[in-house]
Design a protein around this ligand. Sequence first.
Ligand code: PLP
Length: 317
Amino acid sequence: MAEHFHEDSVAAVAVRIDVEHPDGLIFDPHQPQLRVTDLGAVRGDGVFETMYAVEGRVRKIEAHLERLARSADILDISIPPAQSWRAAVELGFEEYRTRGALPDELTIKLVATRGVEGEPASDDPAFAGTYWALLSPVTEAMRATRGQPVGVTLLDRGYDSTAAERAPWLLLGAKSLSYAVNMASLRWARQHGFDDVIYTTSDGQVLEGPTSTVLIVTRGANGARRLTTPVLETGILPGTTQGAIFTAAEKAGWELGYGPLTPQDLLDADHLFLASSVRLVSPVARLDDAELAVDDELTAELIDLLAEDLPVNHPLD
Ligand code: PLP
């Protein structure tokens, strides 16, 4: 199959899921695939996940598939069963092996859109939309920045901490395809000399990054190390990386906490981190004008906790 592919597409493997191919079908990501009327493209009306695989094993796949289903539920989009997504990813791995070698580290994006308005792709609601998985090797550039300190600016997300509860139509807490705002805030940060962003609510609570979860490390009264992350009720995404770190850290004797956190809490913490599936963990060395302490050993320790790939439990579950 590989010889029919555009030569630049060798690095990426794409698999679509439809009613005739519930276990996936390989396609060339460099050839047009999407109808121009697909609601995912014209309205960002869809959901996605970005997963990380090491040596053919997807980290915390269960948590990603659960979150994909949860996001789809919030948007009222029906998606194929978890088994289809798992099979599609396996087919992608197999395609790499057929082409020569499975890369050590892959980013795997799962996408589900509402499909074309008024023209369901199938009568079976589980396959009525548009669904695909895109596998691509983790780049050298991405690997080089892993665990490296970042400068972060706090930006107002424009709603208060009760919006998620008051206004479910805002789809807060769903990983929808409408990430233009997230990308715009990252561009804003870069134009102003920062690497990344932490959003705050209009009433002064810490939310999350545009593509990451916030973690702080403090020492409890008894000297025990404590990891704290913002409460999910503010409408942030339940981070699978944060969840996996928490499970492993608890086993290793850390205390865990879910705070309403304020910017002052971030400044008062011993250390501040951003966590997400492919970057893993980045220590924050600067928060607006304030310099923060970075501890390379601690960063490495948190990254190592992820290698255990333990189940994720969120307080919302
Ligand atoms: N919050 C947002 C808004 C995200 O987009 C992401 C991931 O991209 C995260 C948090 C971190 O999630 P995870 O650790 O599951 O990758």
